[in-house]
Design a protein around this ligand. Sequence first.
Ligand SMILES: *Cc1c(COP(=O)(O)O)cnc(C)c1O
Length: 231
Amino acid sequence: MLETNLAQVEANIQAACRRAGRKREDVTLIAVSKTKPVQMLKEVYNLGVRVFGENKVQELTDKYVQLPSDIRWHMIGHLQTNKVKYIIDKVELIHSVDSLRLAETIEKEAEKKNCTANILVEVNVAEEESKFGLKMSEVIPFMDEISKYSHINVRGLMTIAPFVENPEKNRPIFAALRKLSVDIRHKNVDNSNVSILSMGMTNDYEVAIEEGATMVRVGTGIFGARDYDIK
Ligand SMILES: *Cc1c(COP(=O)(O)O)cnc(C)c1O
């Protein structure tokens, strides 16, 4: 099942890249493995996947010690400040930075561990009440504010689009995030190199790629539906 799923996702990514006139290597597939057992991650690893996304600190660190060290772990979920220290030197990228308090903690912990944290700013483009993330208008002032932190590199923007039946409905959301990233690039904020656009999940990653996503976060499409009752 995993092999067929992965092949299908890969084919869809390639088709979306072709439609958009983009290169396949400009899009990173993040296998979102939350709630899934280590055995399944190993299978996907053996199929060649090296980038995994988790949304809980405990689960990420548990899996981290059990899986090969060449995996690049991405923290994609809401991050509490008191847990930053457990993952700061284990993850390649934190997708979900949405407050000054969190950024300040990341700076402190990265300094302690003598590393530089690569982060994305999470943007709630649709301004959904239920979601984390900054409003579009807050992003540039936020980036100006955290540009003073020398152990943080802002690498781009992330959004979680609304759940919709028809992924076309999210196209304007993805287009808006890309436009914002272009605006930011023109402003040249210190300590930032806003080239990553993390947008698109199982339901809408093809549309996201057509609108410029450089990272897509696909869980269900690779691993199948999540059963939250089992855990
Ligand atoms: C769970 C999750 C995903 C993957 O969702 P699917 O619909 O299963 O592909 C992507 N991004 C974030 C932030 C998530 O929490």
